[in-house]
Write a protein that binds this ligand. Structure first.
Ligand code: ADP
Ligand code: ZN
Length: 693
């Protein structure tokens, strides 16, 4: 060789390989450096993945790279190793992981310095404002402590902000240490209100005192907002990180984490991709929550599995916590891969809220219904209001009405781009597609025959309206994904502070919020939660209901949990009455060959051409059948919503035995799909999902 140097790079693209570039004379590069390159005539910001490297291709064809990326921090080799592992597990390209980890956002470094100061001032102003509004003495003190800490970061940490653990909590903490000492991931199975959060904070304190960093994951942004206060009281330096934060802020957090001084980050799954150094502990709170799984785009990763991979690479302990652990984690505990620690005692004694199941069909027959509400539920809401308590109502559908139908011709309005009905939203009136976002104005008349349209069913918005008419004096609020991001935190805070009597919302309201004044929780039309066609449907429904039930009666006051349903004999309700039945759910999974006893790789084909997608799905299914043991390939089949945004959708499900050949089979599937795409010129239509949610 004539002394010319070459490198390989990772591009933010779904490429199965890493292209070569020639290094211009005099340029000094190392693995992890960011460089500007052209690929297929387009400019990209790439990461040097091998350097120097001897090309396995014709040297004459290799292009020189354009320039180093000035101002972009280098990526650690441990990060690249993490990406590779993730790409291998989830059958995607390293480039796709790179793209998820470093979404392109160019920010000047100087800008972040100025912003940092402005942010601090802003935070102080916000806290002062909150403190004035706070009603409870307890809350006010917490804000004051936070303020003191922000104003005097150099002072020792304010005392008394983390609680002393109860004996039961101490015992759990010891159990967790035991598990960590054995090098195991620990599953903390603790009922709601048992003080799991207190244990997380105690552990985080220990880890940070030893000079290492903590990553505290929560499934959703709204939860991170509520926990920010609580974690902030113990760790004023906590940094919140999620996709809702501004690019400048995210860059600041990344810079801080990269410094490798002990830090604590509270974030959603994307925080796994921060440039972690020296991580000592990863907490995955509410580990069962399906929001931890990224559906799209690739990498379609689950934060729980990914945290475990990251933990191994960083030498960090991993703690999974839940009141309703996933069957996957229970299985891992059963086979000894995880250590399991139980905490079945609430901190403020008191039993979980008793359950009342109301049969809406029977009630309607007896004139016991008023709109969406049974009179029995209304009586309980009335009683709760009279006693000064608070109520949360769950309805799993946002909108005013899930669909509208013509009163004359029976026509149901559908989305022009998807195979679903349009939902009616009020204020302003419009029809909205919940799949592609298509919106059209609503004048209440059928476009075919001009007769009036009738809203069918009731979503959160209509329920709010009904409730306001029944309880005009009550302070009512709604929380669903129609709530503007900016207002979300305000709605939650107002409820937490007792400024709202009744909160209506979608699944968002069931999450780990700690509302001390909450006494009644109720589910309306539970059937929409039960009717999903999926082997995880029961597990999910039970988790959701238990999670929701755990919100009420948290300070030793007895609560009440009401479910309105058309199908009161559904076995899920029997399970809510009974004791822990996860063993039985696991046994069913085993019998039917579902995860965790198998691994699913799901293939999703999308194509605007229906005939072609049917043909390709058949062909692909045949190809895969020849590769895998008998009975592993299911489908192709059309999913419940089989057309979205002009794309026809078909699925093929592969159920792989969890044996020694699993990894090689997964690799073979990925290769076979890639070859199929290439042969048939069908690139970009097939997506793979490992462990689909
Ligand atoms: P979980 O996370 O398991 O739902 P939390 O940590 O939110 O439970 O605890 C429930 C309530 O009990 C919270 O209000 C919390 O502040 C309180 N609590 C739990 N443990 C303690 C403790 N050791 N000292 C004081 N308060 C505690
Ligand atoms: Zn649509």
């Amino acid at each position: 060789m004539d002394g010319k140097k070459f490198i390989q790079v990772i591009l933010p693209l779904p490429l199965a390989w890493e292209p070569y570039y020639a290094v211009p004379e005099g340029m000094d590069l190392a693995v992890g450096d960011r460089v500007k390159v052209h690929f297929a005539r387009k400019p990209y910001s790439a990461v040097v993945s091998r350097c120097p490297v001897e090309p396995q291709t014709l040297i004459d064809k290799i292009l020189p790279l354009d320039a180093p990326e000035a101002g972009l921090p280098a990526i650690a080799e441990s990060e690249i190793a993490f990406w590779r592992q993730l790409a291998h597990y989830y059958l995607c390209s390293v480039g796709e992981v790179y793209k998820a980890a470093y979404p392109s956002m160019k920010i000047q470094s100087e800008e972040t310095q100025v912003r940092k100061k402005a942010r601090l001032e802003e935070r102080i102003a916000r806290l002062k404002e909150k403190m004035e509004k706070a009603r409870r003495e307890e809350t006010r003190l917490r804000y004051q402590a936070e303020l003191d800490a922000l104003a005097h970061p150099e002072k020792a940490r304010p005392e008394g902000l983390s609680h002393a653990l109860s004996p039961a909590q101490k015992k759990a903490l010891e159990g967790i240490h035991d598990g960590f000492r054995q090098g195991k991931t620990v599953l903390l199975d603790g009922v709601t209100g048992s003080g799991k959060t207190e244990i997380y904070l105690a552990l985080a304190r220990e880890v940070m005192d030893r000079g290492r960093s903590v990553l505290y994951l929560v499934p959703e942004i709204a939860l991170s907002r509520q926990l920010e206060q609580r974690v902030g009281a113990a760790f004023p330096e906590v940094m919140v990180y999620h996709s809702g934060e501004s690019p400048v802020r995210r860059r600041e957090v990344a810079d801080e984490v990269r410094r490798a001084a002990p830090s604590i980050v509270l974030g959603t799954r994307s925080a796994l991709f921060l440039p972690h150094r020296n991580l000592g502990l990863i907490i995955v709170d509410e580990e069962h929550d399906s929001s931890y799984k990224q559906d799209s785009p690739a990498p379609r990763y689950h934060a729980r599995e990914t945290a475990i991979m990251l933990g191994i690479l960083q030498g960090a302990s991993v703690l999974l916590g839940s009141a309703t652990p996933s069957l996957e984690s229970l299985y891992n505990a059963e086979i000894g891969r995880f250590a399991k620690v139980d905490l079945k005692e609430r901190y403020y004694s008191g039993n979980e809220a008793p359950l009342m199941v109301i049969d809406t069909v029977a009630e309607r027959r007896k004139n016991g219904m008023a709109g969406s509400f049974s009179l029995k539920l209304l009586a309980e809401i009335r009683r709760t209001l009279d006693e000064g308590g608070q109520t949360i109502l769950l309805r799993a559908r946002r909108s005013y009405a899930p669909s509208v139908q013509c009163s004359a011709c029976g026509h149901i309005r559908k989305c022009p781009h998807c195979n679903v009905s349009l939902s009616l939203h009020r204020n302003p009136d419009r029809l909205v597609c919940h799949y592609c976002g298509h919106t059209e104005p609503y004048d209440g008349l059928c476009p075919d025959c001009g007769e009036p349209l009738v809203p069918l069913g009731a979503g959160t918005q209509r329920i709010e309206e009904e409730l306001a008419a029944i309880f005009p004096e009550a302070r009512i609020a709604r929380l669903d994904s129609d709530t503007p991001d900016k207002e979300e935190a305000g709605v939650i805070r107002a409820f937490a502070e007792g400024e709202t009597d009744i909160l209506i919302g979608t699944q968002m309201v069931t999450k780990g919020f700690d509302f001390s004044g909450l006494s009644l929780v109720a589910v309306l039309q539970a059937d929409s939660i039960l009717s999903q066609q999926d082997f995880r449907a029961d597990e999910r429904a039970i988790q959701l209901f238990e999670q929701f039930r755990g919100r009420s009666g948290r300070r030793g006051k007895p609560g009440l949990f009401i479910i309105q349903t058309r199908e009161p004999s559904h076995h899920v309700f029997a399970r809510l009455e009974g004791t822990d039945d996860s063993a039985q759910l696991l046994e069913e999974r085993r019998q039917f060959g579902y995860p965790p006893y198998t691994r699913i790789v799901q293939l999703m084909l999308r194509d605007p051409n229906e005939k072609r997608v049917n043909y390709m799905a058949m062909e692909l299914s045949r190809t895969l059948s020849s590769l895998l043991p008998e009975g592993c390939v299911i489908g192709p089949y059309a999913p419940a919503v089989d057309r979205i945004a002009e794309q026809y959708i078909r699925h093929i499900r592969l159920m792989l035995p969890r044996d020694r050949q699993l990894t090689s089979r997964k690799d073979a599937i990925a290769q076979s799909v890639a070859a199929f795409e290439k042969e048939r010129k069908y690139n970009g239509h097939i997506a793979l999902d490992v462990d689909p949610a």
